[in-house]
Design a protein around this ligand. Structure first.
Ligand code: NDP
Length: 307
């Protein structure tokens, strides 16, 4: 039986692995199908302490992974199919390849996944002009018109990044006020290549085999119009990846895992949670990393006490 299994390989999971490995817990980290997590898909990370010039998201995550492995963490790329958690006893994890891992303690650090508009046309044209990752796909839209959906920091970041390639970027936001932080909003509002469609909801992505435009509806008047474009970048925030655990771990109304008394303990002894899957409020790389550290310390204490 493993002492500690960590599920997830973003900043929370990898920081937990660094701390747990240094505490001689010999952790096994199960990295899903996006090793390094969502940060590997962003461009520059400008707000992670210690990098005054910014750091590439992929590089940051690979460094965290190397650091965890240096101290003996084992990292396995495998998806979790199901879990059978218990309160203070053996934790059972079944993997996609059919194998089973048992552990005395588990840290859930599965992060969050992009939120989509939920349109049939959006689903049909994914990877044919519809994307949730400008860093991954932006370069395909050189000299083209693109639309970004959303009004938060993600949307501003995507829009600003896309100006490097696109002819023009239109941000479509459902309200008349941005949710984004002041600095990001100011940068986007001042950019000559970016314009805004306020109070508007995207109701359809147009095009049969690739994106040719989007249809937007004015939320006040109900009037619809078409914005021609070749790309749609959906940047509406994220949803916690907690579907696998919902019947066993307490979550809030939005699916975020509930933590006990400002610790990383879930409602089950021996099961801990860290990072965006348990944090609807901050959702930052640095707060996820800190949460991973806390979870490793809580797991270490739990394993020490349970001996
Ligand atoms: P947010 O939840 O902050 O923003 C989501 C945006 O999408 C909101 O403007 C919201 O509209 C809109 N939205 C959500 N659902 C729909 C829908 N169904 N239809 C239309 N619009 C919708 O998510 P972010 O990912 O932008 O940010 C999350 C956190 O990460 C924040 O704390 C942010 O500061 C941080 N972040 C920081 C970055 C940086 O510093 N470089 C980069 C990216 C994120 P409404 O405003 O009306 O709710």
């Amino acid at each position: 039986m493993e002492k500690l299994v960590i599920i997830g390989s973003g900043p929370a999971g990898l920081t937990a692995a660094i701390y747990a490995a240094r505490a001689n817990l010999n952790p096994l980290l199960l990295a899903g199908n996006l090793p390094g997590g969502l940060l590997t898909q962003t461009s520059e990370v400008e707000n992670f302490p210690g990098f005054p010039e910014g750091v590439n998201g992929f590089e940051l995550m690979m460094n965290m992974q190397n650091q965890a492995e240096k101290f003996g963490a084992r990292i396995e790329i495998n998806n979790v199919e199901s879990v059978k958690f218990s309160d203070g006893a053996e934790q059972i994890i079944t993997l996609e390849d059919g194998s089973t891992v048992t552990a005395r303690a588990v840290i859930v650090a599965t992060g969050a996944t992009p939120r989509w508009l939920g349109l049939e046309s959006e689903e049909r044209l994914k990877n044919c002009g519809v994307s949730a990752c400008a860093t991954c796909d932006g370069a395909f839209f050189a000299d083209m018109d693109v639309v970004v959906a959303g009004g938060g920091d993600s949307a501003m970041e995507e829009a600003l990044f896309l100006t490097k390639f696109a002819k023009h970027v239109t941000v479509v936001h459902r309200r008349s006020e941005l949710r984004a932080s002041k600095i990001m909003a100011e940068r986007a509002l001042a950019h000559e290549k970016i314009s805004f469609e306020w109070n508007s909801q995207i109701v359809e992505v147009l095009g049969s085999s690739e994106v040719e435009g989007i249809k937007v509806k004015d939320n006040a008047s109900g009037a619809e119009k078409v914005i021609p474009c070749q790309g749609l970048f959906v940047a509406l925030g994220h949803m916690p990846q907690t579907e696998l655990f919902k019947t066993q771990l307490e979550t809030d109304d939005n699916g975020y895992i509930r933590l006990q008394n400002n610790t990383s303990h879930t409602n089950l002894a021996g099961v801990f949670a860290a990072g965006d899957c348990a944090d609807a409020r901050y959702r930052q790389a640095i707060t996820a990393a800190a949460a991973g550290c806390r979870a490793a310390i809580d797991a270490e204490r739990y394993l020490g006490e349970a001996q």
